[in-house]
Design a binder for this molecule. Structure first.
Ligand code: FMN
Length: 172
């Protein structure tokens, strides 16, 4: 069962939850993959409600996003098993089936083909409006050193601007 909600009523909750991590889910040809994200922006652009996700080029999720242009954002409403966020934030869908391994239960979305996840019931359905490869020449030295130098992954983030086309809570 789902209850439709206004995503902006939950903007604070979504931003607070990102401190521990939320999930970004993609799907292609029936295969569903999810990854933990800690960065994201919710707001308005082109008069549309948007969630912007920042996904490194090397992520398997990036391939699925580019192939389908759809994703869901999945936010816990109470406690979520920290093992889920740790596993989905370290394993790649190119190698493992994270949905099966973490025994996550999928809920069909209303508008897009990517499902929600019952264990993280607040769901944003998003369609990519715009994809922006961040220009490394415009990054400050401090940011480049902190996030893109030796010891850190050296591939840059791509900003995916997803129009929030629906938002719901999975209620059971
Ligand atoms: C707490 C946490 C937050 C993360 N945030 C992001 C993020 O915002 N963007 C990103 O590209 N990777 C982020 N990651 C790393 C990805 O979740 C991780 O590389 C994942 O294994 C990618 O899965 P995939 O290859 O199936 O797409 C985060 C990991 C953790 C543990």
């Amino acid at each position: 069962m789902k209850k439709t909600v206004n995503a902006f009523d939950y903007a604070g909750k979504i931003c607070q939850s990102m401190k521990k991590g939320i999930l970004l889910t993609t799907a292609k040809d029936g295969q569903v993959n999810t990854m933990t994200i800690g960065w994201g922006t919710i707001g308005i652009e082109w008069s549309k409600p948007v969630f912007v996700a920042y996904v490194r080029d090397s992520r398997y999720t990036r391939q699925l996003l580019d192939a389908t242009g759809e994703f869901t954002v999945n936010i816990p409403m109470g406690e979520v098993d920290s093992k889920i966020l740790a596993y989905c934030g370290t394993k790649s869908g190119a190698q493992v089936d994270k949905i099966r391994d973490m025994d996550l239960h999928l809920e069909k979305s209303d508008v897009i083909s990517v499902p929600g996840i019952r264990e993280l019931p607040l769901t944003l359905e998003c369609k990519v409006l715009f994809r922006n490869e961040q220009d490394e020449r415009r990054l400050s030295d401090a940011i480049r050193d902190r996030y893109y130098s030796a010891g850190n992954a050296q591939d840059f983030h791509i900003a995916y601007y997803g129009e929030i086309v629906n938002a719901y809570l999975i209620t059971e």
